[in-house]
Design a protein around this ligand. Structure first.
Ligand code: PEP
Length: 251
């Protein structure tokens, strides 16, 4: 665990207008300054400029919540990875379960987006995770292993350094139903084994693998204390500066 850096990333989803975004970041800045872990906020496209300006000179990095796989072209409503890097954005979330559930994202399109993000020089937060029925069927490892393998297709060992994996059981996202620390650690460990099979143990040991799913100020410490949990992807609790900073301090 000491080999790798913990990263706490907020996923704001479709929340906050520009004024609200600025206020939240201003409140958050002093609370997370000097944190031991990496701190990232992933915000709606319309808040990127605001977030970049408000975080200038701080330890908070800015990410988008998705990007398209093409460099440019006839894809009405989409945003390319190059558009993000040109603004100064450094991170992007790819394959969030809400995109898989509501917007037709598949393992194949997740892979294409990961490729595009890496080509543009972005750091990727790659989300994987099983549905409740898949956990009940006992196929959590198969599902998460397959999602990981397909998403990393064509990614070199050098490029892997720019990828964080977020294990997010779908049944735990936005439900208040957190995975137990043991469940989180088990799947994170399994994902690390899969990465080790693909890239070697050294690459797997160096990889930041987060847990996400109803992590909050109350349960963060126990989850983050697990040997294979290297930080978190935080939805609801990232919208409150006080809660988010408690999680950052626990990492
Ligand atoms: C997420 O959106 O990635 C997430 C983990 O949400 P929440 O923390 O609200 O469950």
């Amino acid at each position: 665990k000491t080999l790798r850096k913990a990263v706490i990333a907020g996923n704001w989803k479709m929340n906050k207008n520009r004024k609200e975004a600025k206020a939240l970041i201003e409140e958050m800045k002093p609370l997370v300054a000097g944190a031991d872990c990496g701190v990232v906020i992933c915000v709606p496209y319309t808040n990127l400029e605001t977030a970049l300006q408000a975080t200038e000179g701080t330890n908070i990095k800015v990410g988008a919540e998705n990007c398209h796989w093409a460099k440019s072209g006839a894809f009405t409503g989409e945003i390319s990875a190059d558009m993000l890097t040109e603004m100064g954005v450094e991170y992007v979330v790819i394959g969030h379960s809400e995109r898989r559930q509501y917007f037709g994202e598949t393992d194949a399109t997740v892979n294409q987006r990961v490729r595009a993000a890496l080509d543009a020089g972005l750091n990727v937060i790659l989300c994987v995770g099983e549905l409740l029925e898949q956990r009940e069927q006992g196929i959590t490892e198969e599902v998460c292993g397959m999602q990981t393998k397909v998403a990393l297709g064509g990614v070199s060992k050098e490029e892997l350094k720019k990828i964080i994996i977020a294990y997010e059981p779908v049944w735990a996202i936005g439900t208040g139903k957190t995975a137990t620390a043991q469940q989180a650690n088990e799947v994170n460990h399994y994902i690390r084994t899969v990465v080790g099979g693909l890239y070697g143990q050294d690459a797997a040991d160096a990889m930041t693998i987060q847990y996400g799913g109803s992590m909050n100020a109350g349960n963060a410490e126990e989850l983050l204390a697990q040997p294979d949990v290297d930080g978190g992807l935080i939805g609801g609790a990232s919208l409150k500066a006080a809660d988010f900073s408690v999680i950052v301090k626990a990492a």
